[in-house]
Design a protein around this ligand. Sequence first.
Ligand SMILES: *Cc1c(COP(=O)(O)O)cnc(C)c1O
Length: 429
Amino acid sequence: MNHARSHDLFSRACELLPGGVNSPVRAFKSVGGEPFFAERAEGPFLFDVDGNRYIDYVGSWGPMIAGHAHPDVLDAVATTMRNGLSFGVPNALEVTMAETLTRIVPSCEMVRMVNSGTEATLSAIRVARGATGRSRIVKFEGCYHGHGDSFLVKAGSGALTLGLPNSPGVPTALADLTLTLPYNDFEAATELFDKAGSEIAGLIIEPIVGNANCILPRDGYLQHLRELCTRHGALLIFDEVMTGFRVALGGAQERYGVKPDLSTFGKIIGGGMPVGAFGGRRDLMSQVAPSGPIYQAGTLSGNPVAMAAGLATLELVQVDGFHERLEQSTHALCDGLETAAREAGITFHTTRAPGMFGLYFREGPVHGFADAMASDAAMFGRFFQAMLERGVYLAPSAFEAGFMSSAHGEAEITATIEAARGAFAACRG
Ligand SMILES: *Cc1c(COP(=O)(O)O)cnc(C)c1O
């Protein structure tokens, strides 16, 4: 594959952007090589500036659940933008969005739109702290909730990929208020709440961890956390920025039947535009300004064009059988990859939820962060490069979930498995 134009752009970018990128994982640091620059995208495909085509399993890190450049989404954006890009006064699409979100996710009785997942999570813990009058928050090792100060403690995603789970620039006094727990460990959670429960404002979790590869909750684990929070007067916050509208229409909370007090959203809810949202119980959300004293604001929040893209995407995922089909295609891909690995004599394991998956170069099962970390990252790097050469773009990190869209059909899945046969053989040899 020729990458001359991407190489030239990356050289120029490295002079002016830290690491040549505007978000760390894009830099390919953990898999080696250089990132390619996108020219356009369509359905399951990304096309780079050198004319190469890739089957894309990143989907802009989640938003593109209906495939890239879906005509319905583009039409909604085009129609809306003709009326102006931003008004700074309320618009009707914000109301439709609030009605749509609260209908799809019943635990969200009220909602506030923001501009990113990061903004959603940092606003949600402000509400948790403001409403409970407590300061401490609990998060989980390897979970990523955006780059807010309180969350860059044992964080996943790019922080994990680059080996920077605790970031300089976060004051110790603030980091000390963040308590961390190992994911899927029932006992550790019970013990922490027994010790510090009365100081905990909220517990925030990725109900399915998608930022330390892909780790599913053990049976009853999320229920256990629900009970602990209720017993100790702490708020349960589901960070569904990744899982929302993906693993079920109503997200992980629908899939596992657990009702959080607050939820955060991003990615799919913006359909590719910069959008986030937080919502939850009416008594909590009515404490947010201006109906209450907990301050939160945003110049571009509820932006009409962004709402239009999000609403059009939410229409697409509400089509009957959408998530069942997504689950089937995720299984077909993962089963095929496991078979190809077995045939090549490679130790390999996958985890799956509808529309998202984890790839592990180790034996299963994977229940916790330590299990995920034990995957052979060097092997993943070789596999990633071998797949890229064969026109398949996986997440450029051993610690990020992969994403499927409804645009990934049988042909793409078959081609991906075929590419994997070659890639497994290449990275063994
Ligand atoms: C992506 C992500 C975020 C951060 O969202 P941004 O829009 O990148 O700020 C927060 N939480 C989870 C679970 C995410 O996957």
